[in-house]
Design a binder for this molecule. Structure first.
Ligand SMILES: [Zn+2]
Length: 155
């Protein structure tokens, strides 16, 4: 007789005020924590949670913090389908899907070693190319090299 299946569910605690970043692709949670540098905030990370939409997903909850437009743009680059939930008094007061910007400035490093942005103090600038399947490519405005989302380095 088969043993009763054990379900291990990660219960992420609710936060009173703050932001929940949902529908991150698996393994994106730690990158999000790093780029947001949320060292003083209470952060809860859920990794590989089951998702009806995505199969597996990561979730990051940050207490007492709202994201700046720059931070939202960074998240949209690494997780183009992420949803943000703004929580006030345990209630979701706003929920929206991030929109990758058309241009990102200063938040992505060009990994081409001969690019001028790695030799002079130039603010990096990338065009965001959106494919129909929702994937992104970024093209450096200086050396014109294009990168997949997986190849880029967030500053
Ligand atoms: Zn470049």
């Amino acid at each position: 007789m088969a043993k009763k299946k054990q379900h291990t569910v990660l219960k992420v605690p609710a936060i009173e005020h703050g932001t929940v970043i949902d529908h991150l692709p698996p393994r994106a949670a730690l990158t999000v924590v790093r780029i947001l540098a949320v060292l003083e905030d209470l952060v809860t990370i859920g990794v590989n949670l089951s998702s009806h939409v995505m199969g597996r997903k990561d979730v990051v909850k940050i207490a007492n913090r709202k994201l700046s437009p720059d931070e939202v743009a960074k998240i949209a680059i690494i997780a183009p389908r992420a949803t943000l939930n703004i929580i006030e008094s345990y209630v979701v007061v706003k929920k929206y899907t991030v929109t990758p910007p058309d241009v990102v400035e200063g938040i992505v490093r060009c990994v081409n070693p001969s690019c001028i942005t790695n030799h002079e103090t130039v603010r990096t600038r990338f065009s965001v190319l959106k494919a129909e399947d929702g994937s992104l490519r970024l093209r450096c405005a200086y050396c014109e090299r294009a990168y997949d989302r997986q190849e880029i380095e967030i500053v």
